[in-house]
Design a binder for this molecule. Structure first.
Ligand SMILES: Cc1cc2nc3c(=O)[nH]c(=O)nc-3n(C[C@H](O)[C@H](O)[C@H](O)COP(=O)(O)OP(=O)(O)OC[C@H]3O[C@@H](n4cnc5c(N)ncnc54)[C@H](O)[C@@H]3O)c2cc1C
Length: 378
């Protein structure tokens, strides 16, 4: 069986759904047909997304909690103009699907893509049951040919619990970001505590290391943290996964070549900032710019990051790879010497070069110089 579409998106995850959302918003799906192919039949709440934004939170109706200040090293700091937002993935999936519902030009299929090949200006997409043709194929959740898994030196692992208190609740509703007070065990490890309601919230340990954090080890840390705080709770959900921390996925060009009809999106298109793992809003931006370029028949953009930010990330990755235990000291210094809103702006890659000089001059300069030497030699 062969079917023809204008666009096919592989993956109904963050990047695939953001792209479908913008195609609809920009009116592309009034006249063009889109097929979304997702291998997992029911995704459910497979992760939570946090991000910060200067936009009105109403732009993100799937967000279930947001904060205008954060607890950093035990002190509450306002983060204007940003809001720190928390969303459950199933709310995001549901929100986009509701936006697309009723559009007869949007089609869904639950199956795995086995191969995609470009033939002239058409892409042939093969699943176990079908062969589809489309003008463009947007691929998420999969590395491009030639992208080697073995090049990933560091992993960002998450083990998180959504807990509900049997008795009592949070002392206050403040969100704690990057709390390094947990034992580091030769790695860089920190804790997030995000109260979502009076009696519910997310407690999550994050680790940067060459080895992934085992679920059992992560849960032992969480158990210890909860016991120390005398929390009486039930675990409602567990989140356990890892993402690559690698500049390998950085794009060196700003646009795809003109004839290219197989377009990467999401993690393997370089959406995640290698040193933080944040990328949800970068996927939103990429989805919007792709849809706009399709509408205006322009070259399709890649997720391009300025060279100097790629360079800063490369130095920090170098350091975290060779001296993983230094992450705690670096991030604690970063947050103690700068207001939180400036750190968030820096992590967003929106700071000026002068702001960056101010930031770096307060960090462990000799460590960065050493990393620079190793970086130049490698
Ligand atoms: C546990 C966890 C927590 C995270 N938290 C944050 C956060 O707080 N903030 C943030 O900014 N980022 C976060 N990230 C990073 C990033 O935002 C997510 O990984 C995000 O989901 C990546 O989007 P994606 O579209 O690239 O991949 P995914 O969301 O994983 O979507 C890819 C989809 O493609 C499907 N697929 C893959 N191959 C095929 C195939 N051959 N055929 C059909 N379907 C296929 C998959 O089943 C999947 O549904 C987190 C990541 C994880 C793992």
């Amino acid at each position: 069986m062969q079917k023809q579409y204008d666009y096919i998106i592989q993956g109904a995850g963050a990047s695939g759904l953001w792209l479908a959302y913008w195609m609809q918003e920009l009116g592309l799906l009034k006249s063009h047909h889109l097929l979304v192919i997702e291998g997992i039949e029911t995704k459910g709440n497979d992760r939570t997304w946090c991000f910060w934004t200067p936009e009105n939170v109403k732009e993100f109706p799937f967000v279930n909690r947001h904060w205008s200040s954060l607890m950093i090293r035990g002190n509450a700091q306002r983060i204007d103009p940003f809001q720190y937002c928390h969303a459950r993935s199933e709310s995001f999936y549901g929100w986009v699907k509701a936006k697309l519902a009723g559009n007869a030009h949007v089609h869904w299929s639950s199956e795995w893509v086995r191969a995609a090949t470009q033939e002239g200006s058409q892409v042939s997409v093969v699943t176990d049951a079908c062969r589809y043709q489309s003008q463009y194929f947007f691929r998420s959740g999969q590395m491009d040919e030639g992208q080697e898994n073995t090049t990933i030196a560091l992993w960002q692992s998450f083990v998180g619990w959504r807990i509900k208190f049997r008795q009592g609740g949070w002392d206050d509703g403040a969100a704690t970001l990057m709390d390094f007070s947990i034992p580091q065990a030769g790695t860089t490890r920190f804790l997030y505590v995000l109260p979502i309601s009076e009696t519910e919230g997310l407690v999550e340990v994050t680790q940067f290391h060459s080895e992934k954090l085992a679920r059992s080890e992560g849960e032992a840390i969480l158990e210890h943290v909860c016991a120390e705080r005398n929390w009486n709770y039930d675990i409602e959900e567990v989140e356990c996964d890892a993402i690559p921390m690698s500049s390998f996925f950085n794009q060196k060009q700003s646009h795809n070549t003109s004839g290219n009809r197989i377009i990467s999106i999401g993690v393997y298109a370089g959406a995640l900032k290698p040193t933080t793992g944040y990328g949800f809003l970068a996927m939103r931006e990429h989805g919007r710019s792709l849809a706009l370029a399709l509408q205006q028949k322009q070259l399709l953009p890649k997720i391009f990051r300025k060279a100097r930010f790629r360079f800063y990330d490369a130095l920090l990755l170098q350091m975290l790879t060779h001296t993983p235990y230094r992450g705690k000291a670096i991030f604690e210094r970063l947050f103690s010497k700068q207001p939180a809103h400036r750190v968030l702006k820096f992590l967003d890659e929106k700071t000026s070069i002068w702001e960056e000089i101010r930031i770096f001059s307060r960090l462990q300069v000799s460590w960065f110089l050493k990393a620079l030497v190793t970086h130049v030699r490698s």
